[in-house]
Design a protein around this ligand. Structure first.
Ligand code: CO8
Length: 258
């Protein structure tokens, strides 16, 4: 993959690892970083040797939000035309699972980015918040919507209206994160989780991700009908035959992604 200015990219086995790399600004999400992040996610999504991805920051910050210096003087029309927020929407087009590995500050657009990915492994030092109210604005990339679905109305209200932060343990308690790990191991734990998923039947993993996400956007009856169609369709894959045969033959399956 090509070199980037604001992110680092590498593979660990079948896991694509993207590290946000603006440490001097707590990984504040400027437009260039967001564009590079999307390019890297899309490149890994298209790479058959990658089964899942991890997006990480560093120990002090996953990301402290959108880059305030870049936005401070913008007009409404400039912000609209810049397409920055559209880059968050583009994350939703990624088919393979993406796990956020979060330590330190995970604020504003950083929290919105983590929530727009599929799972979150947090270090014990992670702090989640939507502090936009302090800047005279509100979350603009899903904070009022995804946070409310994740933690419920009253806590989301407190976080968005009054800048209440969540510790990692609180985030686990309220269902915002999957797991809290020591700061020394959170990244490896996120990669391990991604690695386990990357070893599973690829087409079934992608269908499963799509259907869980679908649950947020559809009525139950429509979601159930779409899930059933995806289930039927997987019987057209070689991996379904292999998975069920391997179970009956009491051996490990050999997934082909076909
Ligand atoms: N944008 C730009 N620079 C930042 C940001 C940021 N979000 N956060 C930190 N920095 C910079 C600081 O300016 C400072 O730079 P310098 O050393 O050059 O002065 C450096 O990072 C270190 O920051 P501090 O000195 O403030 O460090 P502290 O340890 O005292 O505080 C905090 C750390 C608490 C993280 C503090 O920096 C802070 O409150 N940051 C801002 C958090 C915030 O308000 N985030 C929300 C931003 S708005 C947003 O995300 C809206 C998203 C909408 C959609 C997305 C569109 C792209």
């Amino acid at each position: 993959m090509k070199e980037f200015d604001n992110i680092l990219v590498e593979t660990r086995g079948r896991v694509g690892l993207i590290t946000l790399n603006r440490p001097d600004a707590f990984n504040a999400l400027n437009a260039a970083l967001l564009r590079e992040l999307m390019q890297a996610l899309q490149a890994f999504d298209a790479d058959e040797d990658v089964g899942a991805m991890v997006v990480a920051g560093n120990e002090k910050a996953f990301a402290a939000g959108a880059d305030i210096a870049e936005m401070a003087d913008a007009t409404a029309v400039e912000i609209l035309r810049s397409g920055r927020i559209d880059l968050f929407d583009a994350v939703m087009t990624i088919k393979k699972p993406v796990i956020a590995a979060v330590s330190g500050w995970c604020l504003g657009g950083g929290c919105e980015l983590a929530m727009s990915l599929d799972m979150i492994v947090a270090s014990e030092r992670a702090r989640f918040g939507q502090p936009e109210i302090n800047l005279g604005v509100i979350p603009g990339a899903g904070g009022t919507q995804r946070l409310t679905r994740a933690v419920g109305k009253v806590l989301a209200m407190e976080m968005v209206l009054n800048n209440r932060h969540l510790t990692a343990e609180e985030a686990l308690h309220y269902g915002l994160v999957n797991k809290v790990s020591p700061v020394e191991t959170y990244l490896e734990d996120a990669i391990k989780l991604a690695d386990q998923i990357a070893a599973r039947a690829p087409l079934a993993v992608q269908a499963a991700k799509a259907m869980v996400n679908h649950a947020f956007e559809s009525h139950l009856r429509d979601g159930l009908a779409d899930e059933r169609r995806a289930f039927y369709l997987l019987f057209a894959t070689e991996d379904q035959k292999e998975g069920m045969t391997a179970f009956l033959e009491k051996r490990d399956p050999d997934w082909k992604g076909r």
